[in-house]
Design a protein around this ligand. Structure first.
Ligand code: MF3
Ligand code: CO
Ligand code: CO
Length: 247
């Protein structure tokens, strides 16, 4: 999600890192927990409820609920939905793809991660989209590190997408994260040479590329949350929360 430029970038302490690791682990465990439930016939609302109960039992909360008016606990983005899909009574069908985006708030800090799941048997095109979006995230992460500029991340993601004939969404970017859900750093997933901030140990941010089979141009439903491809073709996303260490 975009945030205004020129906000200060927080440098986290080892104690903050420990807390963020706990939040990140719990977010990842939520995705592991929900994986076997992502089957034809399940509704996105049921997946939301299952994640909610899993997290509340563990003494944490899901950050999206009531965040700027978001009405549910996780985001479920199906097929042509790029991100921020709102869980509802829609039942997933064989051949759909769905991204589930989980953001935990635990001990004062956030952990934000997402995966795109195939529902039942998906087409070769959709499998290609999902697999290469995952690899693009890994390429972006590999380009990050102390002393590296932020634009190296988007350059690596864009290069991977180009090589595989996929589009890169520009309207939604990675973000600083920590005590706040969205703060400070902005991480474009395309090559933007203006993103000159140099990464230093203590920074924490997400990388969350959204890749498309067709044109990455983006529209918005009138719920003001659900972002979709204008051409109606499918899109996938993966996300990790990162912290920059000395090495
Ligand atoms: N988790 C999303 C992200 O990666 C943000 C969701 S905001 C919400 O930044 F309100 F839609 F949940
Ligand atoms: Co995020
Ligand atoms: Co997220």
């Amino acid at each position: 999600m975009a945030s205004p430029r020129r906000r200060s970038i927080k440098i986290h302490t080892p104690e903050d890192f420990a807390a963020m690791r706990r939040a990140g682990v719990l977010a990842a465990q939520t995705l592991d927990f929900i994986t076997p439930h992502v089957e034809p016939g399940v509704t996105t609302g049921a997946l939301d409820r299952l994640c909610h109960d899993f997290i509340v039992k563990r003494g944490a909360v899901l950050a999206p609920l009531n965040y700027r008016g978001f009405p549910k606990s996780v985001c479920t983005s199906v097929n042509e939905v790029i991100c921020h899909g709102i869980p509802d009574s829609r039942a997933l069908a064989d051949g759909d793809i769905v991204n589930i985006d989980v953001t935990i708030f635990l001990d004062g800090v956030h952990g934000d991660t997402s995966v795109t799941f195939p529902v039942g048997e998906v087409s070769d095109h959709d499998r290609h989209l999902i697999v290469e979006t995952r690899v693009a995230l890994d390429e972006g992460i590999a380009a990050a590190g102390p002393g590296r500029p932020v634009h190296a991340i988007g350059r690596a993601i864009q290069k991977h997408a180009n090589r595989h004939g996929l589009g890169v969404v520009r309207e939604f970017i990675g973000h600083g994260i920590g005590t706040e859900f969205h703060s400070g750093l902005q991480i474009p997933h395309y090559h933007d040479p203006r993103a000159q901030t140099v990464l230093v140990p203590g920074m924490t941010f997400t990388v969350e590329p959204m890749l498309t089979l067709g044109d990455p141009a983006c529209g918005m439903w009138d719920d003001d949350w659900t972002a979709v491809t204008l051409d109606g073709r499918r899109t996938a996303q993966y996300e990790h929360t990162l912290l920059v260490t000395e090495d």
